[in-house]
Design a protein around this ligand. Structure first.
Ligand code: 1HN
Length: 343
């Protein structure tokens, strides 16, 4: 101990009961020269590991009893925090034939990205979206939503929510609906017809902050990627990458979460890239690997992985690959925080 240490420690001990602390002992942890996250790169093998456990969960608890039968994808660097990055929650939800996940609403915004199964539905504000693998469905903040499976096979999707963001602001509200299932307000496909064809009802003005389209079918997004891949060269860092938009604003579908779909041609390797938005990936098609710092993640269809904030990544596709991804980028952009670096 040098001469200064003992009197300083005595001072810290004296002020602590008065809820005072010295900034100078913490400053460099609080204000780092570059992002320093406890989040680590992580990978979940869907078919080999996650799916068997998810099906086991299906035998242990019903969707109704669980309210939502979800296995949390917890970042190994954030134990016990129900978070995949510091700002986002991710989980895999199972709904078995005949089950209903009862209607509720909350201030947290949620996205669904369908992993397996056909024809179960999510109902949002009284309109059902039938779900197929690769479909992207949103349930914006404070919208009523329930899920049901009238098909004859299990249905699994990735849930992405802004739970840690809402927790940061202590702004969580939630309530159950009076009935498990919402009464149908509009037929399935109505929102897509009104807002999903580069058109909108003539006198319509946006009311909320989220997209009026709440289902983005894979068939359409995939067709768009196939066309742009035929028509031009891939971006060095991203391959052929499109972001999902709110057609009313051109911005993200929900204010707190942005999502993208990208196609990597067979044999293509992306140039190193990093952004301040930690990003969750879901593999739809193809096989390949993503190098994050000194970690190599080898992925195949239905696998999930996370790249922490400001970690350099390169993707290499061994066969033509399609990756879905989501992050908090719209929040960081709104706050003037978002940065990226392209090699
Ligand atoms: C939730 O409401 C859903 O509505 C899914 O399907 C995952 C995770 C935490 C809190 C609420 C859903 C959730 C959730």
């Amino acid at each position: 101990m040098d001469d200064a240490t003992a009197p300083r420690q005595a001072f810290y001990d004296a002020i602590a009961p008065h809820h005072l602390a010295p900034l100078w002992e913490n400053l460099h942890h609080l204000v780092t020269r570059a992002p320093a996250t406890p989040t680590v790169p992580a990978h979940w093998d869907y078919d080999g590991v996650v799916r068997p456990y998810l099906m086991q969960a299906g035998g242990l608890i019903t969707a109704k009893e669980a309210e939502r039968r979800v296995l949390i994808l917890e970042n190994p660097g954030l134990p016990g925090q129900a978070s995949i990055t510091r700002s986002l929650f991710a989980g895999l939800q199972l709904i078995l034939p005949g089950e209903v996940a009862p209607a509720h609403r909350h201030t947290q915004s949620a996205l669904r990205f369908i992993i397996e199964g056909h024809g179960a539905y999510t109902a949002v504000e009284g309109e059902r979206a039938l779900m197929e693998p690769g479909d992207f469905v949103i349930t914006p903040s404070w919208t009523w939503h329930d899920h049901g499976n009238d098909s004859d096979a299990p249905m699994v999707w990735l849930d992405g929510l802004d739970i840690p963001i809402v927790r940061l602001f202590d702004a969580s509200f939630a309530e159950p609906a009076a009935a498990d299932r919402q009464t149908e307000a509009r037929p399935a496909g109505d929102s897509l017809a009104r807002f999903g064809h580069n058109m909108a009802p003539v006198d319509w003005r946006p009311t909320g902050k989220a997209s009026p389209v709440f289902s983005y079918p894979y068939a359409r997004s995939r067709e768009a990627l196939a066309a742009i891949a035929r028509n031009g060269a891939p971006d060095a860092c991203h391959g052929h990458k499109l972001r999902y938009v709110n057609p009313a604003t051109g911005g993200a579908p929900m204010p707190t979460i942005g999502a993208c779909l990208q196609l990597l041609p067979a044999g293509f390797a992306t140039a190193p890239y990093r952004g301040t938005d930690g990003t969750v990936f879901s593999v739809v098609e193809g096989e390949g690997e993503t190098i994050v710092g000194d970690t190599t993640i080898r992925w195949k269809p239905r696998d999930l992985f996370v790249v922490p904030a400001w970690h350099r990544r390169t993707h290499r596709a061994t066969s033509e690959a399609v990756l879905f991804s989501f992050s908090d980028r719209p929040v960081q952009e709104a706050l003037g925080l978002w940065r990226e670096e392209r090699a």
